[in-house]
Design a protein. Structure first.
Length: 151
């Protein structure tokens, strides 16, 4: 087994992967000193991650706005460009702070971006977000991207 890890510093390449990704894992520190990890869909806008939390989830009452959170996406592919390596894994982790979205205009923008990304065939006037889904932002402090290639 052989592997090589490379840090990606090109923000344009990182953002390209974030815009193409369909889902990731959000990790939130809760007020009861536990962590909540959820697989979720998301939109990436202005270097921040936007998603929805389900208010009927048993851990929702413990969500501590202003606490640390992280979001990770990963992808893999066969490494056809290299004879030395057979696989290529890409990881992007965004660390930041979980915040509630209380700006109605921003909420509407996020809803429209969700519609365009996940349900483009549904007309905007017919697209509704369930009342139990609450929009949140992971306000980015740091973005890390790594590529692992190996045999």
């Amino acid at each position: 087994m052989k592997k090589q890890i490379t840090q990606v510093r090109d923000i344009a390449e990182i953002e390209k992967q974030l815009l193409q990704a369909q889902s990731g894992i959000l990790c939130i520190h809760l007020s009861n000193e536990k962590l909540m990890q959820i697989a979720c869909n998301f939109v990436y806008l202005d270097k921040n991650i936007y998603t929805y939390l389900d208010s009927t989830d048993e851990n929702y009452e413990y969500v501590k706005y202003g606490s640390a959170g992280s979001f990770t996406i990963s992808s893999n592919e066969a490494n056809k460009k290299s004879k030395e390596f057979t696989y290529k894994l890409s990881f992007i982790t965004i660390n930041g702070e979980i915040k509630d979205i209380d700006d109605n205009k921003l909420c509407e923008q996020i809803t429209e971006l969700y519609r365009l990304k996940y349900s483009p065939l549904i007309d905007a006037s017919e697209y509704l977000v369930s009342e139990n889904l609450k929009p949140v932002i992971l306000d980015t402090n740091e973005i890390k991207a790594l590529i692992e290639e190996g045999i």
